[in-house]
Write a protein that binds this ligand. Structure first.
Ligand SMILES: Nc1ncnc2c1ncn2[C@@H]1O[C@H](COP(=O)(O)OP(=O)(O)OP(=O)(O)O)[C@@H](O)[C@H]1O
Ligand SMILES: O=P(O)(O)OC[C@H]1O[C@](O)(CO)[C@@H](O)[C@@H]1O
Ligand SMILES: [Mg+2]
Length: 547
């Protein structure tokens, strides 16, 4: 039953079960191991993986709950499981119970109600014949044994960070999932984000209260940035007798969830911490796509179509639409690809330049000559270095420490106007959709303040139910999400250590370039030279601080 750590990330994230509590490190809470010919089928890989020292990790046969045969079956050295923690790692004597779903009418028709402990979700699905088996995550879903009785559960839900279509659906489905699948009645809503734990009253969330909230945009519980005080939050969790915490939010929120999990483990209290990743920018690593993203891309079509109609209805119309996307340009890229009227898409990952051969001005002029209008979609984080250079203002942050972006849309409209009016002596008609003032709508907010569409609602339901199954089964310190379209339990640190960005050398960006025929801007040597070095440093700093 010996497992060998197989790569450097294993060493960076040892799990600590074998150490006395006071010696436990604050390293990441997840366990990476490769399976090496497990001898017994009765060994759990979700229960204590005992940390001795690298490179050996052992499984604890005594306290095992989930039988595992994956090692037996595959017998491979290179089958790596990045596992999530379990409450029994620090509370080894916790009793378990038969899952009430066993008696559920709904599940009576299901051939295989419970997810096998052997079931893993592969991180990579494109493989070659001889490539290693690679990294796997535990498959999400109901387990045969649960570690909570319905009566003892006191759950809470909190939403943090920016808005996103579908948050209310996730809230609703956690409440309904707990009640309808597990008979849990006691669910509290924490209001106003993390600080709500210690500064606001809670709401009682019943299935009746949440019944129609999925029809509304925003978050029924309200949200906030900043205010994460781990000790105060966990004190409050203890004081209120909460034992399941569902945390809906983006990368910052998930970091906060990891801190809460660590503190809970340190205190040795029976509290399952489950993260549900939320981000309109689709910037959360590992998972396929974040909920609400498709809804946002769809809504963006309205703004793009409006700009197109405006631009093509006048002489030399220049339509510019600014969409959300701080450091990741997924919304702009997919909204562009889904639209086909867009002539140029600018995102944070792809530097661009204005002047000279292959530059934006040249391309805009060519489009105006050929089509008498041009349509540009812009992610809000694009070209920040240029804007910073011209505005000399760069220090503002929000309450969570994220740098506030400068308005690249306003900047670009001004640059294009100046160039064509003063240098090219051409009259252009600028139509900018993205300005923040009382009289024009800002699509950056417009696309995220709406209810989720039907397919996102289904996705949100799966996320919520997977989170509920995971917490009931005693898993903790996990984030739930689809990996290659199968829902998995992912160690929180795994999704916060990197940010998902558009791959500039990937096929999707190439598809976009092929679709718009815009310049790729990649070969222009003078790009970096034009940007003041201090500004680049400031931007790098900004990215590091906020990821
Ligand atoms: N490193 C961290 N440790 C603990 N808490 C954090 C950390 N980073 C952010 N938080 C907390 O998480 C919450 C949300 O963070 P943030 O405002 O960055 O939004 P987010 O979750 O990243 O969502 P969005 O994608 O909408 O920006 C805030 O309450 C913030 O205090
Ligand atoms: O104005 P707010 O709510 O602070 O959020 C704006 C930011 O939040 C995001 O929507 C991420 O949730 C970014 O795209 C955007 O920059
Ligand atoms: Mg964030």
């Amino acid at each position: 039953m010996e497992l060998s750590l197989s790569n450097s990330s294993s060493l960076r994230f040892p799990q600590n079960d074998f150490l006395p509590r006071h010696n436990r490190s604050t390293l990441g809470p997840f366990h990476t191991f490769s399976i090496k010919k497990l001898a017994s089928k009765s060994i759990s890989i979700c229960r204590p993986l005992i940390w001795r020292r690298p490179p050996l990790v052992r499984l604890n046969a005594q306290t095992a709950t989930e039988s595992n045969a994956s090692g037996d079956k595959h017998g491979d050295d290179d089958f790596i499981v990045e596992d999530v923690p379990h409450l029994t790692h620090f509370l080894p004597d916790l009793p378990s119970y038969t899952n009430p779903l066993k008696k559920s009418q709904a599940y009576a028709v299901v051939k295989k109600t419970f997810v096998s402990p052997e079931d893993m979700v592969a991180k990579e699905i494109i493989v070659q014949k001889d490539s290693p088996r690679g990294i796997h995550f535990r498959r999400a879903g109901p387990r045969e044994k649960v570690f909570f009785t319905p009566e003892e559960v006191r759950a809470c839900i909190v939403t943090c960070g920016g808005l996103c279509p579908g948050i209310n659906t996730v809230i609703r489905e956690i409440v309904c999932g707990l009640k309808n699948m597990y008979g849990v009645d006691d669910v509290l809503g924490i209001q106003g984000g993390y600080s709500g734990f210690y500064s606001k009253n809670t709401l009682n969330l019943t299935t009746k209260v949440v019944n129609d909230i999925h029809k509304r945009g925003g978050t029924f519980l309200q949200t906030s940035r900043g205010g994460h005080d781990t000790k105060k939050i966990v004190d409050n969790i203890q004081d209120r007798g909460i034992n399941q915490v569902y945390i809906i939010g983006g990368d910052g929120t998930q970091k906060g969830a990891a801190a809460i999990y660590k503190e809970v483990e340190k205190r040795g209290i029976k509290v399952a911490v489950a993260g549900i990743p939320k981000t309109i920018d689709n910037d959360i690593a590992v998972i396929d796509k974040s909920f609400g993203f498709d809804t946002a891309v769809e809504e963006a079509q309205r703004a793009i179509n409006a700009a197109h109609v405006e631009a093509e209805s006048v002489q030399n119309g220049v339509g510019i639409v600014k969409l959300m996307g701080r450091y990741s340009g997924f919304i702009a890229m997919l909204a562009t690809l889904g639209n086909r009227d867009v002539d140029c898409c600018l995102i944070p990952e792809s530097p661009f330049y204005l002047e000279g051969p292959g530059g934006l001005y040249e391309y805009v002029e060519q489009q105006l000559k050929e089509n008498r209008h041009v349509l540009i979609v812009l992610a809000e984080g694009a070209g920040q270095e240029y804007v910073a250079q011209s505005m000399q203002a760069f220090q503002e942050k929000d309450a969570s420490g994220n740098r506030l972006l400068l308005d690249v849309g306003l900047w670009l409209t001004q640059q294009i106007k100046d160039h064509f009016t003063n240098e090219r002596k051409m009259t252009i008609n600028m139509k900018y959709i993205g300005k923040r003032n009382l009289y024009t709508s800002d699509p950056t907010y417009m696309i995220r303040a709406i209810p989720s569409n039907a397919s996102d609602n289904i996705y949100c339901t799966l996320l919520a139910q997977s989170a509920v199954h995971g917490a009931m089964a005693g898993f903790t310190g996990f984030t739930v999400g689809p990996v290659n379209s199968r829902h998995a339990y992912i160690p929180i640190n795994r999704v916060t250590e990197t940010t998902n960005t558009v791959n500039m050398t990937g096929r999707m960006w190439a598809r976009l370039l092929a679709s718009t025929n815009q310049p790729s801007f990649v070969n222009h040597q003078t790009l970096r030279e034009r940007v003041d070095k201090n500004t680049i440093d400031a931007i790098n700093n900004m990215k590091i601080n906020s990821t």
